[in-house]
Design a protein around this ligand. Structure first.
Ligand code: NDP
Length: 283
């Protein structure tokens, strides 16, 4: 039982972390539901994660988000890890269950929820993912679990791509393949869903170097960039009348899942959406 002044603590650990906007939507959600919980944005440098995780246990945090560069390293400091987070080798949300500190990865689940809410059929479909980093990995594992048949990774660094293709082929029911990203790349004609999982468009108005004019007619186009409703990539896709999904929705969905793991309650998703939209309109 907590007294009048004690607050429950959650937050995010990472470095750099000062521009991480998760506090905006999580705090708005806690406040709107009158939950006495504070979301802290905490810089933890490389080499300090073990101490930070001990501190988290000692201070009885309710949970925490983990961001770069700690998503992989944090696995060794947990009592349990969800199956999909184990496959990805990355955790972004930590919570308590039956006295154990459990690691989950909500990134790909948040992406998947956007597609499901948009009634996108996944069974037997072909996906192309641009990029092979943490976001690509989380999305690939969840899509494979949702019935996607083939996942092609298009990436510049072939070693990074091969690591992801190996995970898809060895640890998921989907078939993975790799296409090198050389110059302006052509997306295969039988692609159903295209995902930009690179940071292109985050800090500027750049878009991935692909042949937009030749994109398949019924392609679903998705972006992971969390700080814009319409990136240049999605704007270009919409010129060709393609259905699009943005990264802000993915961010809100993954944050809603974290909220539910920490509070045991359904997240006020509309409140979280409004908070994020307001934040990015005004910044
Ligand atoms: P990583 O650094 O792990 O991976 C980045 C990937 O993008 C690498 O494969 C890299 O290629 C590729 N890449 C980077 N720049 C370029 C470029 N100019 N041209 C082609 N490929 C490029 O990053 P993350 O996967 O963690 O994050 C990627 C993006 O996803 C970020 O913008 C992040 O904000 C966003 N994100 C959004 C979330 C959401 O909820 N909306 C959740 C998580 C992440 P290479 O291997 O060749 O180096």
């Amino acid at each position: 039982m907590r007294g009048k002044y004690q607050r429950q603590l959650v937050g995010v650990l990472g470095d750099p972390v000062d521009d991480n906007p998760t506090v905006v939507m999580e705090q708005a959600a806690f406040d709107s539901e009158q939950i006495p919980m504070d979301y802290l944005t905490i810089q933890v440098k490389c080499g300090d994660l073990e101490a930070a995780m001990k501190g988290l246990r000692a201070m009885n945090f309710t949970g925490i988000n983990i961001t770069m560069p700690h998503k992989g390293e944090v696995l060794q400091y947990l009592d349990e890890i969800s199956e999909s987070a184990q496959i990805m080798g990355a955790v972004n949300t930590i919570y308590w269950k039956d006295g154990k500190l459990v690691g989950e990865n909500t990134d790909g689940k948040g992406f998947l929820k956007s597609l499901k809410d948009g009634n996108v059929v996944m069974e037997g479909k072909n996906v192309v993912i641009l990029g092979a980093g943490g976001a690509a990995r989380a999305i690939a594992v969840e899509l494979a679990g949702a019935g996607i048949r083939n996942i092609m990774v298009i990436n510049k660094n072939s070693d990074h791509a091969q690591l992801l293709v190996d995970i898809i082929n060895k640890k998921t029911p989907a078939a993975g393949s790799f296409m090198p990203w050389e110059g302006c790349v052509r997306i295969p004609k039988d692609t159903d869903i295209l995902v930009n999982a690179t940071p292109i468009g985050f800090l500027d108005d750049e878009k991935p170097d692909i042949q937009y004019k030749e994109l398949p007619k019924n392609l679903v186009v998705c972006d992971v960039i969390p700080n814009k409703l319409k990136t240049s990539f999605l704007q270009e896709a919409e010129k060709y009348k393609l259905k699009t999904f943005n990264g802000m929705e993915m961010l809100i969905n993954q944050g809603a899942l974290a909220y539910e793991l920490w509070t045991g309650r359904k997240a006020p998703v509309e409140v979280m959406k409004q908070a994020m939209r307001k934040e990015y309109r005004e910044s």
